[in-house]
Design a protein around this ligand. Sequence first.
Ligand code: FDA
Length: 300
Amino acid sequence: MNPINNAIVGFVKILPKSIVKIFAKKYVAGENLEEAIKVVKELNAKGIVTTMDVLGEAIQNREEAIAAKTECLELLDAIEERKLNSNVSIKPTQLGLGINTEFCYELVEEIVKKAAELSNFIRIDMEDSPYTDKTIQLFLKLREKYSNVGIVLQSYLRRTLDDVKMLNPKGGHYRLCKGIYVEPEKIAFKGKQEVRDNFMASLEQMLKDGNYVGIATHDKYLIEASYKMIEDMKISKDKFEFQMLYGVTEHLRDKINADGYKMRVYIPYGEHWYAYSIRRLQENPAMAWHITKSIFSFRK
Ligand code: FDA
């Protein structure tokens, strides 16, 4: 991020939460489950499916990880009871991956097992690089017993194509995205086009071997290239879907939906909306600039 953007994001960080909340509303579906359900129902009514994510902060101990697991189990029950067309995304570090891998496996297995009983699906989000191997191992261990679990791979990582080749024979069920964390150049592509090229090469490899792929991007270039690849490779519609974040490029989201492709929107919600919103701002400082401008004009 350049120094000006850095300063703007720094400024937003010191704003009162009540002001950041005005911005956060666009990206976070609510502070509680009821608010998120309302958003999901609206999207479902348009033919758009969702994946729901209970926002969490970095956890400090096992009790917090267990509490996060309980929230996921309650979410699965709510999806079933309210007849929502949604699955659930989880973050391994929220469920103890940074504490102990076996402990994390046990919690995630409970979630995946319950989801299987309810014919639902769990997507394991991918976090920053210290957790890449551990997350892949977690996924592979679960995959030995469950088919209703999938993983995320990030095209900014240089290793991703090798990961796809390793995972494909084991039944990869992917979400492919660019990646959101700041990673060192040694392990991650930095050029915009390099990341795109690796995205398309990884997508081709995933589809070639018959895996299901969630194509998670708002980048028009990648969406158009994916349309072409799907057509050229004659991939059937039950082998892929497009995915976007709640509140981002809605016009493009609606167009893909109208084109007859399956569209899934990632719905983050929960009391930890603040940390999530700051992350979105860091990703898109232009938004921080708009907020700053509107605050100053408001005060004039
Ligand atoms: P790019 O960043 O180039 O964005 C393309 C255009 O989309 C921008 O020009 C802008 O117009 C718009 N845009 C993108 N992000 C925006 C924002 N926040 N606010 C406003 N406009 C925005 N990452 C990860 O590391 N692990 C994960 O598990 C996931 N999971 C995930 C799920 C889903 C459903 C999505 C869509 C994304 C993720 N990501 C993720 C995030 C992903 O890695 C990536 O950071 C973002 O999707 C942005 O990359 P794009 O491909 O959209 O391109």
